[in-house]
Each structure stands twice: as structure tokens, then as C-alpha cells.
Design a protein around this ligand. Structure first.
Ligand SMILES: Cc1ncc(COP(=O)(O)O)c(C=O)c1O
Length: 398
């Protein structure tokens, strides 16, 4: 049986897969089983931040796994401690990290920290109010576990799987948050650029005003940086770009360069104690050795100005297509290397994605009508030129 037949027979059909099988890659270039070449403007949905088959990451992983791949969190793990140091120091926030394996798991950790914090002291007679409610935004996306599905503010995600955990409230937009805060609210959780919701950036002044309001009201700010983190928006964290100091931040996707990882980091260092939270695989030698090298590479990229150059070049390429096809695109959205073009309707968007793939360039969908671009941050100018040329050819046929 070929891969597609095996997949159909043995894998649950939770993904609408395209029938393409990639067999090798280098930076933003991929080759499929038929030898066809593609330029990857998706980096595996924002994961392969330093490209495919990055030599430095591969070497760091190989060196690590030739020694130890996994022990358990019952012992000190050198690359985990070093990865935490790199994350915290690069972020500039005075925080500590917990390591899991995915974005959803990182957000679960964030909600646990917020709820434990919200319950501390509520057992006493003078203060019996437990803070447990979390406000999230309509069109947000926070994951696929039962709790993070409920935290996700898209009604369509709340089918089938209930009853869900209580205590999630959805604000229409940033300005609506204040009216939803009550004595039971422990946290507000937001994405600074909504990814799955349509590559929609929040307004910086509104975010700063919200952060200030939450501090005054004694409500935590959780920023879900699963997609925006690790230089995707130009700074290490979008929180750095928005110049705010969240209480809790979550990371995943681009942090491991392709290795599964999720992190919740917080300034509330004393809230969780031994036994409150854990993960068998979280932060093991393999994933955190990769994290250390990814951060090292991207810190160099940022310092040498290469990230800024790439971001500028990529956005110029996109601007040209946006201007050339006013019949297809209504708006250009996004921040840094997290970009989108709003397409006039959902059918046209599907046609563009399929045609692009036929022409050897991979692009993504976000929300109902956004063509999304999350290229490797290390994509070369030659790869960009080739990808935009193929995309232009595809668009000219729509
Ligand atoms: C903002 C955000 N949060 C959480 C998640 C869930 O991450 P994972 O699929 O790693 O669980 C995603 C995934 O797309 C995301 O974009």
C-alpha cells in the first residue's frame, strides 16, 4: 500500500489532507515523492522557524540523542534548564518556565496557574470569593483539548464535545473586555495577532490600555504566543513588540524548530508547587536541546539584521501581489513574518491554495477568507523570489 492508502486505512480522518508526500527539505524548499520542488511559505504552520533540515539544529539534536534522549522530570535536565534560561533572558521578563509538548498544553498550564492564583486565599472566612473565570476573545484560537477548545472563542469549535469546563467568557473585542470583568474573573487571555482567526493584529494602544486596566483590577493577563512567539512578529515575543508585561505567556510552534514543545512562562513564580502540574515528556533532553539551538540561531539572525531584511523583502513581495490582483484581494494584514491577504471569498481562497500547490508554492488558510503566510524566518531571497513567481503564475489563472 502507498502512504495515502495506509493513511486512509489506519489513521483517523481528522485532517482534510492534500495528497502530497514530502520526502526531503532544505530551509524553505521541499521535495515531494515525485521529485517535484516546492517553496514553503508555511513552515509547517509556523513551526520550522529556522527552516527544514537546519544543520545546526540537526547537529545539536544528534549530539544530544547520542547521549540521553529522555530521563524524567524527577531529575535535573541540563538542556531544559538552559532552554528556560534562554527563553527568559531573551524575553526580558522576570519569569520561570514549565515545559509541555504543545500549544494547547501550554495554554492548559496557563489556565491552571491563573485558577490556582485566583483561588489562593479564597478558603479564608473574610475572603470566600474564588476567581476562576477567564475572558477570551471571539475569533480566538487556543487549542483542541476540552478546556482549550472551550477557551477558544469560536462558536463552531464548541460542537459535540461537551459538557465543557465552566468559567469561559467571550468578549466581542478588546473594548468589550472591561464590562465582562466581575469578582470571579482571574484572567484575560488574548493573542496579540490572532492567527487561526485570520491573521488579525490587535491595536497596540488598546492592548496597552487593557494591560493597565487589568493591573488596576487585579486580573491576570495571559498572552497566547503559541503562534506569535519566537521572532515571528519581529521581536522575540509579540509582547515585547506591544511593550506590555503579561503575567503569563505561552509558547510552542516555532520554539523547537520542528520538535514538539510547549512552554508556559510566568512571573507568578510561587503559585504552582511540586505535584500541581507535570508532563512525562515535557522538556526532555531531545526537545530542549533543539530549543537552545533554535534560540541561538534566531538571536544571531536578529542581531545581524537578517530578520529585519527578510521581513522587509517578504512583505515587499507580498505587497506586489496584493497590488497586482485587486480583483482577488481586499486587504493585507499581519505583522512581521506573520502575514495575510484577505481574499474576496472562501471559494476563491480554496482555489488559490490549490493552484499555488500545483505551481509549487505552499500557502495556508486562516479564518474564513485569509490567505496566510508563515515562512521560515530564515527563508533566502532566492527562495522568496521563486515562491512569489510561482504564486503569481497561480494567481494569474484564478
Ligand atoms: C494561538 C494558538 N494557540 C494555541 C494553539 C494550539 O497549539 P497546538 O496545536 O500545538 O496544541 C495554536 C495552534 O494553531 C495557536 O495558533
Amino acid at each position: 500500500m502507498n502512504t495515502q492508502d495506509l493513511d486512509k486505512k489506519y489513521v483517523l480522518p481528522t485532517y482534510a489532507r492534500a495528497n502530497v508526500e514530502f520526502v526531503s527539505g532544505k530551509n524553505a524548499t521541499l521535495i515531494d515523492a515525485d521529485g517535484k520542488k516546492y517553496i514553503d511559505f508555511t513552515s509547517g504552520i509556523g513551526v520550522c522557524s529556522v527552516g527544514h533540515a537546519n544543520e545546526r539544529v540537526n547537529e545539536a539534536i544528534c549530539k544530544q540523542i547520542s547521549n540521553i534522549t529522555h530521563i524524567s522530570n524527577l531529575y535535573n535536565i541540563a538542556p531544559q534548564a538552559k532552554a528556560a534560561q534562554a527563553i527568559v533572558e531573551t524575553s526580558g521578563y522576570d519569569m520561570q518556565c514549565f515545559f509541555g509538548n504543545s500549544g494547547a498544553e501550554a495554554n492548559e498550564g496557563a489556565i491552571k496557574i491563573a485558577r490556582k492564583w485566583g483561588g489562593i486565599g479564597s478558603e479564608s472566612e473574610e475572603n470566600s470569593v474564588k476567581k476562576y473565570k477567564v475572558i477570551t476573545l471571539q475569533q480566538s484560537f487556543h487549542g483542541r483539548t476540552i478546556t482549550t477548545v472551550k477557551a477558544t472563542g469560536q462558536e463552531s469549535m464548541h460542537n459535540y464535545f461537551g459538557p465543557f469546563p465552566d468559567g469561559f467568557v467571550y468578549a466581542d473585542n478588546m473594548n468589550h473586555v472591561e464590562s465582562l470583568i466581575d469578582d470571579h474573573t482571574c484572567a484575560v487571555m488574548i493573542e496579540l495577532v490572532q492567527g487561526e482567526g485570520g491573521v488579525q493584529p490587535q491595536d497596540k494602544q488598546e492592548v496597552q490600555a487593557l494591560a493597565k486596566l487589568l493591573k488596576q483590577k487585579g486580573v491576570l493577563l495571559i498572552v497566547d504566543e503559541v503562534q506569535t512567539g519566537v521572532y515571528r512578529t519581529g521581536e522575540f515575543l509579540a509582547s515585547n513588540l506591544y511593550e506590555i508585561e503579561p503575567d503569563i505567556i505561552t509558547l510552542a510552534k516555532g520554539l523547537g524548530g520542528g520538535v514538539p514543545i510547549g512552554v508556559v512562562m510566568t512571573s507568578l513564580k510561587g503559585v504552582l508547587s511540586a505535584g500541581d502540574h507535570g508532563s512525562t515528556f515535557g522538556g526532555n533532553y531531545l526537545s530542549t536541546a533543539s530549543v537552545c539551538e533554535v534560540i541561538r540561531i534566531l538571536n544571531e539572525y536578529k542581531e545581524q539584521g537578517l530578520l529585519a531584511t527578510n521581513t522587509k523583502l517578504f512583505n515587499e513581495g507580498l505587497d506586489k501581489l496584493y497590488t497586482k490582483y485587486p480583483n482577488l484581494f481586499e486587504d493585507k494584514v499581519g505583522v512581521g513574518m506573520m502575514c495575510g491577504l484577505r481574499v474576496k471569498d472562501a471559494d476563491t481562497l480554496s482555489a488559490i491554495i490549490n493552484k499555488a500547490r500545483e505551481n509549487g508554492v505552499m500557502v495556508l488558510k486562516a479564518g474564513r477568507n485569509t490567505l496566510r503566510f508563515l515562512p521560515p524566518l530564515t527563508i533566502t531571497k532566492e527562495e522568496m523570489d521563486e515562491g512569489f513567481k510561482s504564486l503569481d503564475t497561480a494567481l494569474s489563472t484564478i
